[in-house]
Design a protein around this ligand. Structure first.
Ligand SMILES: [Zn+2]
Length: 122
C-alpha cells in the first residue's frame, strides 16, 4: 500500500514518524502557533480601535449625557455603525446600541438620540 506523504504545516518539509504529526519540529510548531496568535491579536486590536473611536465620537457629540445628532454627522467623523459593545432594549422595545458607556437610539429621519449608560442600564 502506498503511504501518504505528509508535510510540515509550517515549512513544508516531509514529516517522518507518527502519523498524527503536523509539524517537522518543535520550532515549526511554535512558529505556526505564534503566527496564528499574531493574526488574532491584530484583528482584536483593529476592532478595539473601531469601538474606541465610536465611543470617542459619541462622547464628543454628547458632552452632557443626553443629546441628538444626525447619523451623517457621526459618519463624517468616522463612526462605524457595524461595531458596538452591546444592545439594550427598554420595556417599550426601544433598542439602544452602546459603545462602552456611550449609547445611541435611532430616531426618525436620520437623527440619533445619544445617551450615557447609567441612565438605562443597571
Ligand atoms: Zn517544519
Amino acid at each position: 500500500m502506498e503511504k501518504k506523504i505528509r508535510v510540515c504545516e509550517s515549512c513544508g518539509e516531509k514529516i517522518t514518524g507518527r502519523s498524527d504529526k503536523r509539524f517537522c519540529s518543535d520550532y515549526c510548531r511554535n512558529t505556526k502557533h505564534n503566527e496564528a496568535n499574531k493574526d488574532s491579536s491584530n484583528y482584536i486590536r483593529k476592532v478595539n480601535n473601531i469601538l474606541r473611536r465610536n465611543r470617542r465620537i459619541l462622547a464628543k457629540f454628547n458632552p452632557h449625557g443626553k443629546s441628538k445628532v444626525l447619523g451623517n454627522v457621526l459618519m463624517e467623523e468616522g463612526f462605524n455603525f457595524a461595531y458596538y459593545t452591546n444592545i439594550y432594549e427598554t420595556k417599550k422595545g426601544m433598542r439602544y446600541h452602546f459603545c462602552y458607556d456611550q449609547g445611541y437610539l435611532k430616531l426618525e429621519e436620520g437623527w440619533y438620540a445619544l445617551v450615557e449608560r447609567q441612565e438605562y442600564v443597571k
